[in-house]
Design a protein around this ligand. Structure first.
Ligand code: TRP
Length: 331
């Protein structure tokens, strides 16, 4: 830990599909709060995204777009280090070393590996298997204390801790063993078309998810079409997954406790409710959308901020990497 109780916080997002309101609520909005009192490093994990086939031009453009979306949401390059993973070669370097301290059995047990290899039968590449080692390198390069992650990444974090402890056992105190940080507002946002499934950033049905840079009229249309549940009544209940999801979204975007939200819509119809949810989301995302457009029109500025972020990240990563090299006996 750094002085004054400030912690070093690392998190990342894969640039696949688009940034959804689920990512906003589950990740970015929390990252924004954390950057006020901590030393935060936020990466765009494009090396991880290469585990599935990418069209090069589209991939490069999407990474830039994700970077602009981070900034548009209020992640502040004066407060946090915001950078693109592949700009810092130390990620790949440390990954190799950590590969040699990770067992095949550990990797093949990862549920995400099992899920992903079932889904990508025609491309079960080694990267899918070693994905968590790259993630461990991300985290360990920066002496990270806390890693905000969703529940789906917790197993990878456990593995990171095991690798770090194993390495330290052999070579002395090299890595900080990180703790997971599951944010209070970890509310899981589900698809607007299928409320029993997580809102996916690569949902083939665009009506199921809302991108944070969807135009206001598109957002309104998606909410008006959102699937609701049978009966009437607007309250949280396992029998009302659609309504519960919409209430959760409303609660975050209108900044209003969920019980209070239920009260606001008592006796109202589903149509009126869905419009209100859409409006609350648009109120928050309209300025984000405008900032995003400005940033995308200012490529020089974006490139400059990305280069500065990479320089700051590299400075720290290099120090860790040279210590690791010395410890293992490289020149
Ligand atoms: N694997 C994470 C995900 O899919 C993204 C990620 C990459 C990450 N590197 C990280 C998250 C380091 C936390 C810390 O969501």
């Amino acid at each position: 830990m750094d002085n004054n109780g400030r912690k070093i916080i690392y998190s990342g997002i894969q640039p696949t599909g688009c940034v959804t309101i689920g990512n906003y609520i589950g990740a970015i909005n929390n990252w924004k709060k954390l950057q006020e009192n901590n030393d935060c490093i936020y990466g765009i994990a494009n090396m991880h995204a290469l585990t599935v086939r990418q069209d090069p031009a589209e991939f490069r453009a999407r990474v830039k777009s994700f970077f602009a979306q981070y900034l548009a949401c209020g992640l502040d390059p004066d407060k946090s280090i915001i950078y693109i993973q592949s700009d810092v070669a130390e990620h790949a370097e440390l990954t190799w070393v950590l590969n040699c301290f990770t067992y095949l059995g550990e990797l093949s047990r990862m549920t995400q590996f099992k899920d992903k290899s079932a889904k990508n039968e025609d491309n079960i590449n080694s990267g899918l298997l070693t994905y968590p080692i790259l993630m461990a390198a991300d985290i360990l390069l920066y002496k990270t204390d806390l890693v905000p992650v969703g529940i789906d990444q917790k197993q990878h974090l456990e593995l990171t801790r095991d690798i770090a402890a194993r390495f330290n056992n052999i070579y002395g105190d090299v890595f900080t063993v990180p703790e997971p940080y599951i944010p209070e507002q970890g509310a899981k946002i589900t698809s607007l078309q299928n409320p029993l499934e997580k809102m996916s950033k690569s949902d083939p049905d665009p009506n199921g998810m809302v991108s944070i840079i969807d135009a206001p009229d598109v957002i309104m249309r998606k909410f008006k079409r959102a699937v609701t549940d049978s009966g009437t009544g607007i309250y949280v209940s396992p029998e009302k997954p659609g309504i519960t999801n919409l209430l959760t979204i409303y609660s975050v975007f209108a900044d209003c406790p969920i019980r209070e939200a239920e009260g606001r819509f008592e006796g109202k119809g589903y149509g009126e409710f869905k419009t209100a949810v859409g409006e609350a989301v648009v109120d928050v995302l309209k300025p984000v959308n405008e900032r995003y457009k400005d940033l995308m029109n200012n490529k020089d500025y974006l490139d400059k901020i990305a280069a500065e972020g990479a320089d700051k990240a590299r400075y720290i990563a290099k120090k860790t990497m040279s210590k690791v090299m010395r410890k293992v006996g490289f020149r």
